[in-house]
Design a protein around this ligand. Structure first.
Ligand SMILES: [Fe+2]
Ligand SMILES: [Fe+2]
Length: 273
């Protein structure tokens, strides 16, 4: 055990530097739900066979994202220095485990689990293999969780199937707490980042943003078949990203891409072919 981890473990007094994270921890515990019993799995699916296939392809991307999120939240429990953050992240591990369970069940009921695309694999593996906890939080909590939130919203707006909507509603409720972890905790970590790490984080974000965009682009065709506008969801996610940043005490090391909304539009046009 490193000297740092040892001093944190045997600290006499529990720190109280993050009261908002303590509130989030309480909220997470209050909101716990059981995907086995809360969701009415006996409801019939009301989608056509083509819609089932398209939705299963889209939600397969999500399913791998949920698995990565469970792993990453677990890695962060072991690597962030603050107790309050560890407690919230420990709740997230359980929440993501439930999301994995819920999507696995939904996908099998819809159709099947499809293999991950090239970009989904590269992106998610890179997030898992990144050791720096600050970067992991930026990639997972600020980027992926926010994109996931907006794609769930877009699916919920377009799909009327009661079972699909029920699963998405419960999952989305948890995901909002996960972007909140970034807002409440990242500034403290970003401020401590040495300059060379901040420059490295900047480059990482360019890579992740590109991969994330290409990962979402893989879903455009199936989304179109379901009348789901992923490009619009991307624009909303971008606007929300800047709102989240405004709530953060420090955005040191965070990528600011002027004109990124135009990039989303170009990718959407390319995807339409
Ligand atoms: Fe999740
Ligand atoms: Fe999440």
């Amino acid at each position: 055990m490193s000297a740092y981890a040892e001093s944190a473990l045997f600290e006499e007094r529990l720190p109280d530097r993050f009261p908002k994270l303590v509130n989030l921890y309480e909220k997470a515990k209050r909101d716990f739900w059981n995907e086995t019993t809360t969701i009415d799995w006996d409801q019939p699916i009301t989608l056509s066979p083509e819609q089932r296939t398209s939705l299963a392809r889209l939600l397969s991307i999500t399913y791998y994202g949920e698995r990565a999120a469970m792993t990453i939240a677990g890695q962060l429990v072991a690597s962030v220095p603050d107790e309050e953050a560890r407690q919230v992240l420990a709740c997230q591990v359980i929440e993501e485990a439930k999301h994995v369970g819920a999507f696995q069940r939904l996908l099998k009921k819809l159709d099947r689990i499809y293999p991950a695309s090239f970009f989904a694999r590269r992106f998610l593996v890179d997030l898992i293999e990144t050791e720096e906890p600050t970067a992991k939080l930026v990639g997972m909590h600020l980027f992926v969780e926010n994109i996931a939130n907006h794609s769930f919203n877009a699916l919920r707006e377009s799909l009327t199937d009661p079972l699909v909507r029920q699963v998405l509603e419960y999952v989305a409720r948890d995901e909002k707490k996960h972007t909140a972890i970034a807002v409440l905790y990242l500034p403290a970590l970003l401020q401590k980042l040495p300059p060379h790490k901040a420059a490295w984080l900047y480059a990482k974000q360019v890579k992740w943003l590109t991969m994330g965009l290409l990962m979402v682009k893989d879903g455009y065709e199936d989304a179109r078949k379901l009348n789901v506008d992923l490009a619009q969801a991307g624009q909303k996610a971008l606007r929300q990203h800047y709102k989240l940043r405004e709530q953060m005490a420090s955005t040191r090391g965070l990528l600011d891409v002027p004109g990124f909304e135009k990039v989303i539009d170009v990718v959407a046009k390319l995807a339409k072919g």
